[in-house]
Design a protein around this ligand. Structure first.
Ligand code: PEP
Ligand code: MG
Length: 599
């Protein structure tokens, strides 16, 4: 037990990963690591120990598969993430290295595995592979699961919780997230994890207010004590006084009402007051997400990131599997568009099944279309599946990471080849399937006029475009503060693209910027956009803004921004402008909180 003065209110800052506010009693879940002791084995005990280790791995695999099955019923996006665990359990270093070390060092499995974990964690720290780096917490959790299977150590289970609580813990394993009685979990706060970790994705998928990444959180509170989790501003308030509690209860109610109101116009068109209509589409990573799109008012799929299909499988998906997956989406979406992006592997998204050379600069390496062009068989197989699915709906194909017209020509040649194969096989497909290019490199923005000649549509990938324009690694936390969507060079590049618009060629934005309500008016004013594609839950707010502005006003805002010289000036101007026009949406001090924050 900790000795704390209960009247000591304390605000702790973390990462807001799932919006909403929870006020209630803390339930402290002890997920501290097991204490592992080193034991030396006799020669004759070694093989038996290895067998015990293999059994624990097999047991953990079964547990993970079971968890994944159950996760699919809750949230598909979450289930996809859990596949990483299975991949890690098949990993050479984790399993084989441990076995080799048990043999050579003659040490017990628990201690040896822990040593391997240390090596692995150090490797993650020093690697250039940001995807793996981001999975550090997940690997740690997985090893703890194996260790528990080795030691036979059982943990307090969450299924015992019988009343509404706010869950406080160091970390939460996938099995924790699935065994928790969700109706009783009002909020969640953890010491580890970020927005894209499985806890963040899980909480957001279920709408549980959550804050992660709060150091020393568990040493500051005991079970049963009052706590507030503010998933809007990323804060946890420990030992709140009555004023604090009332203030956050109000914030909670305001947020609930605000969310409810946003959904009212969800099935109306995204049309400005002066009649300019665009389409709001969804970015998806799994075919199962499609079922939920209607509830957010998505008018189709503007970006299907297909690499997750490859990353979540233990072997490369077959052409048939891909086709079934794409067809399923096309049929579900009906006559609305489904833009399928071809494999955008490399950089932060790696494939276990495909040998990739260790690149010093993966962001500038063999990624996106470059990878597909050197692996034509893999590419043609994907193109054939997309073509076959095009028979069942309004399917379009999108090439990622285009930096030259030549790449589009080469990709189109392979598309042609895929079409000829299908014709020979007498397999039906849409001969006139639309072809698009992602505009996410500075080279593509500069030669946009030539690119537009080669494609039916373009989709601006602002996430990468910002990274390459500003020379800021988009997943490097050391330069995260310099990753600035409102940098004048980003705005000018967008303007350059929009100005090159040609008759019949459609323009969309599918990077995060397209779903940022703070940018909506600016983007509408910068040029004639046909669609914006975003995380489905961003659609209601963006739609609300579009329906309340005039194109003429948006153009004035954009003209003004184009004359500003710095990120600070642009951010400040946009914040003031949007707050003045939409106080309920941008000024949280007014909308979700009372004007006067209590001390
Ligand atoms: C982008 O770069 O903006 C984009 C949408 O693609 P991804 O985030 O998958 O790289
Ligand atoms: Mg991209």
């Amino acid at each position: 037990m900790k000795t704390l003065n209960l009247s000591d209110k304390k605000n702790m800052k973390g990462i807001a990963v799932s919006k909403g506010v929870a006020v209630g009693k803390a339930h402290l879940l002890d997920r501290s690591k097991l204490c592992i002791i080193k034991q030396t084995l006799e020669e004759h005990e070694v093989e038996k120990e290895i067998e015990r280790f293999r059994d624990a791995i097999a047991k953990t695999k079964l547990q993970m598969a079971d968890i994944k099955n159950r996760a699919e019923k809750i949230a598909d996006k979450y289930a996809v993430i859990l596949d990483t665990y299975t991949l890690l359990l098949d990993d050479e270093i984790l399993v084989n290295d441990t076995i080799e070390k048990i043999r050579s060092l003659r040490t017990n499995a628990e201690w040896t595995l822990n040593q391997t974990l240390e090596t692995f964690l150090n490797l993650f720290e020093n690697t250039n592979d940001n995807y793996l780096k981001g999975k550090k917490d997940d690997l740690d959790l997985l090893v703890q699961a194996i260790l528990r299977n080795l030691t036979g150590h059982s943990q307090e289970t969450l299924s015992d919780i019988q009343e509404p609580v706010i869950l406080i813990t160091h970390s939460l394993s996938p099995s924790d997230t699935l065994s928790m009685p969700r109706k009783f979990i009002k909020g969640l706060a953890t010491e580890t994890g970020g927005k894209t970790s499985h806890v963040g994705i899980f909480a957001a998928a279920l709408g549980i207010p959550a804050v992660t990444g709060i150091k020393d959180l568990t040493s500051q509170i005991n079970s049963g004590e009052e706590i507030i989790v503010d998933g809007i501003d990323g804060e946890v308030i420990i030992h709140p006084n009555t004023d604090n509690t009332n203030h956050f209860l109000k914030k909670q109610e305001n947020y609930r009402r605000y969310e409810e109101k946003l959904l009212i116009n969800i099935h109306q068109p995204a049309e400005t007051l002066d009649g300019y209509q665009i389409h709001l589409l969804a970015n998806i990573e799994s075919n199962q997400e499609v079922k939920t799109l209607h509830k957010f008012g998505a008018e189709g799929v503007g970006l299907y990131r297909t690499e997750f299909l490859y990353m979540s499988a233990s072997s490369l998906p077959t052409e048939k599997e891909l086709y079934e997956n794409f067809k399923n989406i096309a049929q579900e979406i009906g006559d609305k568009p489904v833009v399928i992006r071809t494999l955008d592997i490399g950089m932060d998204k790696q494939l276990a099944e495909v040998e990739m050379s260790n690149e010093n600069n993966p962001a500038l390496g063999l990624r996106g279309i470059r990878f597909s062009l050197v692996k034509p068989d893999l590419f043609i197989s994907q193109l054939k599946s997309i073509l076959k699915a095009s028979f069942y709906g309004n399917v379009k194909v999108l090439y990622p990471m285009i930096s030259s017209v030549t790449e589009i020509i080469q990709a189109n040649e392979l598309l042609q080849k895929a079409k000829s194969i299908l014709k020979k096989e007498q397999t039906p497909f849409n001969e006139n399937i639309e072809v698009g290019a992602m505009i996410e490199t500075p080279a593509a923005t500069i030669c946009i006029d030539h690119i537009l000649d080669e494609v039916d549509f373009i989709s601006i990938g602002s996430n990468d475009l910002i990274q390459y324009l500003l020379a800021i690694d988009r997943v490097n936390e050391n330069v995260a503060h310099l990753y600035q969507p409102f940098h004048p060079s980003v705005i000018r590049s967008l303007k350059n693209i929009f100005d090159a618009k040609k008759a019949g060629k459609k323009i969309s934005i599918c990077g995060e910027l397209g779903g940022d309500p703070m940018a909506t008016m600016l983007l509408m004013g910068l040029g004639l956009i046909d669609s914006l594609s975003m995380e489905p839950h961003s659609i209601p707010k963006v739609k609300k803004i579009i329906r309340l502005i005039r194109l003429e006003e948006a153009r004035q805002v954009a003209d003004h921004v184009l004359n500003l010289k710095s990120v600070e000036e642009i951010s400040h101007f946009l914040a003031n402008e949007m707050r003045a026009r939409f106080p309920d949406d941008f000024d949280r001090d007014i909308s979700f909180q009372e004007k006067q924050k209590p001390a």
